[in-house]
Design a protein. Structure first.
Length: 115
C-alpha cells in the first residue's frame, strides 16, 4: 500500500491550495479515504472523509465550507481543495486509508499559511 501526498507549500492567508494523494497497492474504489492534519505540538486531527464512491463526505467543523474532499476512482487519487486558508491551517496534511483494521498513511505534505 502506498499513499503519496503532494501540493503543499507556503501561501498567504486567503488563498487556495489543492492537495492530491496518489495511491496504489489496494482496490482504491472500494474504500473510504480520509485527510488528516497535524499542527506543531498538536495531535493529528481528521479533516475530511469521503465514501468509496464519493457520494458521501464528512468534515471537521472548522473546515466546513472552506475545504472540499473529492476523489477520482479512475486515477486512484483523492484530493483536498482548501479555500480561504488561514494561519491556523498550517500543518502537515496526511492521506489515510483503513484496510482490514490497519491504518495506512502517506508521508505528508506541509502546508504553511503565513503573510
Amino acid at each position: 500500500v502506498q499513499l503519496v501526498e503532494s501540493g503543499g507549500g507556503l501561501v498567504q492567508p486567503g488563498v487556495s491550495l489543492r492537495l492530491s494523494c496518489a495511491t496504489s497497492g489496494f482496490t482504491f474504489s472500494s474504500y473510504f479515504m480520509s485527510w488528516y492534519r497535524q499542527a506543531p505540538g498538536k495531535e493529528r486531527e481528521l479533516v475530511a472523509r469521503i465514501s468509496s464512491a464519493g457520494s458521501s463526505t464528512t468534515y471537521a467543523d472548522s473546515m466546513k465550507g472552506r475545504f472540499t474532499i473529492s476523489r477520482d476512482n479512475a486515477k486512484n487519487t483523492v484530493y483536498l481543495q482548501m479555500n480561504s486558508l488561514k494561519p491556523e491551517d498550517t500543518a502537515v496534511y496526511y492521506c489515510n486509508v483503513v484496510l482490514y483494521y490497519n491504518n495506512y498513511w502517506g508521508q505528508g505534505t506541509q502546508v504553511t499559511v503565513s503573510s
